[in-house]
Design a protein around this ligand. Structure first.
Ligand code: GDP
Ligand code: GDP
Length: 458
């Protein structure tokens, strides 16, 4: 699957990053709020422009609090040294991961000292940087955007995230700046081999698992204070096959950056997933299932990756005869949106059941390449329809035939008389019928319903 370019929104609080994020993603997901930098539910979204799919991250959601800070403590006041350090840290993160950076500034405020600091960090990178001079609600205000050329960044666009003015021109600028041969190279297909991302909250045991899988201790320190280097890929040969382990480990709590790091780990997971086929979703058996686990699982589902759920630290759980069954039941319930995921209970500390991890990953990976012959698929389809006719208005639905048109993940195309008659419960029913016959365990199936085109009828 081609990699989608990642655009990072960087800037000091209150300039309109999350407003622009909302404008791009087109959903009211990142709630703007009176207190700068608070209550962003989501840092990460997707949009497309001129036929190119982009990912966008709102780095303003990566928060840094005063030492010993908790979720309730106030963010740092503007002007304090730590405040600037925080934004610089955000800018650095953006630079590491992004293909392109949009620095958002406030046209009403003009250039501030913090803007200059951020611009300095960004200028020193070799990534394309665009300035979005936001809150240009009128032509007169837009004229003031020339001031921002003073930041030493060549491309300045006056926009109003609020009213949607100038955003199209900004996106044209994004596309033009992205004419990057490296990115095109990334999109070229290589011979498929298994790429596994180890994802999960901080402290679930990602680096411990990685280390035991590759059989060596390893720790690389990143340039950002308070974190260890992450998303390091490891190549290994497993039963004679090439395997890439994409590691998101290493983001650790250390004093100051605690709450932000929790959210940031989700972003890390996203980036790892983008390059993976299979996700190992790690859950900490001693902590149970948290919202953050659910968020990460949601991203696995959205990105159509195959998944194995790994319950780690099983050694540290006090067990009775029902513990395993109950835990598994809870997982199936809480992650019911995942595609029939295998679940393994391990200990990265004692090595318990470690050998099953790559075996299972390999199994779900192979499932991505399963093909159902058209005759077989239509037999399943006929039986499914005979056993359970759509009811009510949907009774008019006629499914003519189906065919599998893609693998990794599998995509099935069904020709129907009217796609609007396919209720999602019926879609799910058909998916389950396919899964009953074919072992697509851990792998998502995509079902598409179309009216036959003229060409098909000829
Ligand atoms: P962030 O902290 O950088 O993410 O900024 P927000 O997106 O939360 O916006 C901060 C404030 O600026 C909010 O009160 C927004 O309503 C306001 N704002 C955002 N975009 C615009 C705009 O285009 N014009 C005006 N006048 N206000 C805006
Ligand atoms: P990461 O942040 O997800 O990379 O987590 P780490 O691998 O750094 O592990 C976090 C902590 O959990 C460390 O103190 C590990 O020693 C501990 N840990 C990891 N795996 C296990 C396990 O299977 N059992 C127990 N008891 N502790 C573990």
């Amino acid at each position: 699957m081609p990699r989608k370019p990642l655009v990072a929104l960087v800037g000091r609080p209150n300039v309109g990053k999350s407003s622009l994020f909302n404008r791009l993603v087109g959903e009211r997901l990142a709630v703007t709020h009176e207190i700068p930098g608070t209550t962003r539910d989501r840092l990460y979204g997707m949009f497309d422009w001129r036929g190119i799919d982009f990912r966008v991250v709102d780095t303003g959601g990566i928060e840094v609090y005063q030492a010993k800070g908790t979720r309730d403590s106030a963010p740092l006041a503007e002007g304090s040294i730590d405040f600037v350090a925080q934004i610089k840290a955000q800018a650095l993160l953006a630079v590491q991961d992004a293909d392109l950076i949009i620095m958002v500034v406030d046209i009403l405020a003009g250039i501030t000292a913090a803007d200059e600091e951020i611009a300095e960090v960004l200028r020193r990178t070799n990534k394309p940087v665009l300035i979005a001079a936001n809150k240009a609600d009128s032509m007169k205000r837009a004229e003031n955007s020339v001031e921002f050329y003073g930041l030493g960044i060549e491309k300045v666009y006056a926009i109003s995230a609020f009213h949607g003015i100038g955003v199209g021109d900004l996106l044209d600028g994004v596309v033009d700046s992205l004419a990057d041969p490296q990115l095109a190279a990334d999109q070229e297909e290589e011979a498929p081999h298994m790429k596994v991302a180890i994802v999960g909250r901080p402290n679930v045991g990602k680096s411990s698992l990685l280390n035991i899988l590759i059989g060596e201790e390893r720790m690389i320190v990143s340039p950002i204070a308070g974190t260890t280097r992450d998303a390091v890929d490891t190549e290994l040969t497993w039963h004679g096959e090439r395997v890439t382990l994409i590691d998101t480990a290493g983001i650790r709590r250390r004093g100051k950056i605690e709450p932000g790091v929790e959210k940031f780990s989700v972003l890390r997971a996203m980036n790892a997933l983008e390059r993976a086929d299979v996700a190992l979703l790690l859950i900490d058996a001693t902590q149970g299932i948290t919202d953050q686990d659910q968020h990460i699982a949601g991203y696995i589902q959205e990105s159509h990756r195959s998944v194995v759920i790994i319950v780690n630290k099983w050694d540290a759980v006090e067990k009775d005869p029902m513990t395993h069954t109950n835990f598994e039941r809870r997982i199936r319930h809480e992650f019911n949106f995942l595609p029939d995921p295998p679940i393994i209970f391990i200990s990265a500390l004692t090595g318990q059941r470690i050998h099953e991890v790559l075996e299972m990953a390999h199994k779900v990976w192979q499932n991505r390449y399963l093909r159902i012959p058209t005759g077989e698929l239509n037999r399943i389809l006929r039986e499914a329809v005979a056993n359970h006719q759509p009811a009510g208005k949907a009774a008019r639905l006629k499914i003519k035939y189906g065919t599998q048109v893609a693998v990794a993940p599998p995509l099935f195309l069904f020709h129907v008389n009217d796609p609007t008659l396919v209720h999602f419960t019926y879609r799910r029913y058909l998916e389950n019928q396919i899964r009953e016959t074919y072992p697509y365990e851990g792998t998502p199936l995509r079902l598409s319903f179309r009216e036959p085109s003229k060409k098909d009828d000829d």
